[in-house]
Design a protein around this ligand. Structure first.
Ligand SMILES: NC(=O)c1ccc[n+]([C@@H]2O[C@H](COP(=O)([O-])OP(=O)(O)OC[C@H]3O[C@@H](n4cnc5c(N)ncnc54)[C@H](OP(=O)(O)O)[C@@H]3O)[C@@H](O)[C@H]2O)c1
Length: 294
């Protein structure tokens, strides 16, 4: 008999696709597993979404679906809030009313970056942009609706072999150009969607989670330093044939519509203490994704 039914939202996103691919090797094969893309489960449409949930009757909902376009959100606030706040609230309400658990993914962009030490789950939030504010509003919606059957996992600098992310962008630019410039005054922690997926499986396996957790691959660096590591691993793996110069620049030299936190390292010790998390270091996580891309 199935131990329960896991339903992943946002199945065509990078975390959604990773969960689907790693599911076969997960430690919880006794669960029934479904993953629906936005076309089949649009969390921005409350009645339709609730109808899909009531038909499938998941016992655990993993919400990876989100409005994730950080810069566009500055001019599309309604769309960002519709998905990131109202969409999360719809899932949280359904979960609370039906005794299901909701595992919801959030972001380091709920912080303003003024800290100089890693952010704890209960550190003061103060988003700088609309995307971060809409994600924070989603967190609050979950915590308000939840009767203890849900949790938030904040992550940062997520990358994978799927979709759009910094690693894939860097590899493309490093293959096309003679030089690249990369911001060196924003400090954060890269997170492979593989390791985040393993944490999610470990949490579901343990069944005991509540409140806010942070998850990254445990390092602290600038985008420039991350780009250097991407290049050196890609050269070793044979994805890139030649090294090009990488120039460190200031955020002010690369203006974007949304302001980003200058420092957004997350302290993941609560997750490490509570769950059997994968022990791979961040360089090995990156190597795994680069191997998949090869
Ligand atoms: N990427 C990062 O660096 C990063 C950092 C910190 C936190 N996070 C968080 O991590 C989670 C996963 O991120 P990701 O990088 O996997 O994002 P992603 O690749 O952009 O995927 C998000 C998915 O959500 C789907 N979606 C959008 N609107 C939806 C709706 N109304 N109903 C259902 N699904 C909808 C998208 O569908 P379409 O494909 O149809 O657009 C997309 O497949 C998100 O909660 C994000 O906020 C990401």
């Amino acid at each position: 008999m199935s131990a329960g039914h896991i339903l992943v939202t946002g199945a065509s996103g990078q975390l959604g696709q990773t969960l689907v691919r790693l599911w076969e090797r997960s430690p919880i094969p006794q669960y029934q597993f479904s993953a629906l893309p936005r076309m089949q489960l649009d969390i921005g449409k409350p009645d339709l979404a609730a109808a899909v949930l009531s038909e499938l009757q998941p016992t655990v909902i993993v919400n990876t679906g989100a409005y994730t376009q950080v810069d566009k959100a500055e001019s599309e606030g309604d769309a960002a809030y519709l998905i990131n706040e109202a969409g999360t609230a719809t899932l949280a309400r359904w979960a609370a009313q039906n005794g299901a658990q909701l595992l919801h993914i959030s972001t380091d962009f709920v912080f303003d970056g003024s800290s100089t030490s890693p952010y704890l789950p209960d550190s003061q939030t103060s988003p700088l942009g609309v995307y971060g504010a809409s994600k924070l509003a989603g967190e609050k919606a979950l915590l308000a609706a939840d009767d203890g059957n849900g949790a938030i996992i904040r992550t940062s600098w997520l990358y994978s072999e799927y979709g759009n992310n910094f690693v894939k962008t860097m590899l493309r630019l490093m293959g096309e150009r003679d030089a690249v410039s990369v911001v060196d005054d924003q400090i954060g922690s890269p997170t492979s969607s593989h390791s985040l997926a393993q944490l999610i499986f470990a949490m579901i396996q343990k069944r005991d989670y509540r409140g806010i957790y942070h998850w990254t691959d445990g390092a602290s660096m600038s985008w420039f330093e991350f780009a250097q590591q991407i290049q050196s691993q890609a050269l070793r793996a044979g994805i890139l044939s030649k090294a090009i110069p990488i120039t460190p620049i200031a955020t002010s030299e690369y203006p974007t519509p949304a302001q980003r936190p200058a420092y957004s390292v997350l302290d993941r010790s609560r997750a490490l203490e509570d769950f059997e998390c994968p022990g791979l270091d961040w360089k090995r996580q990156l190597a795994e994704v680069i191997a998949e891309l090869n």
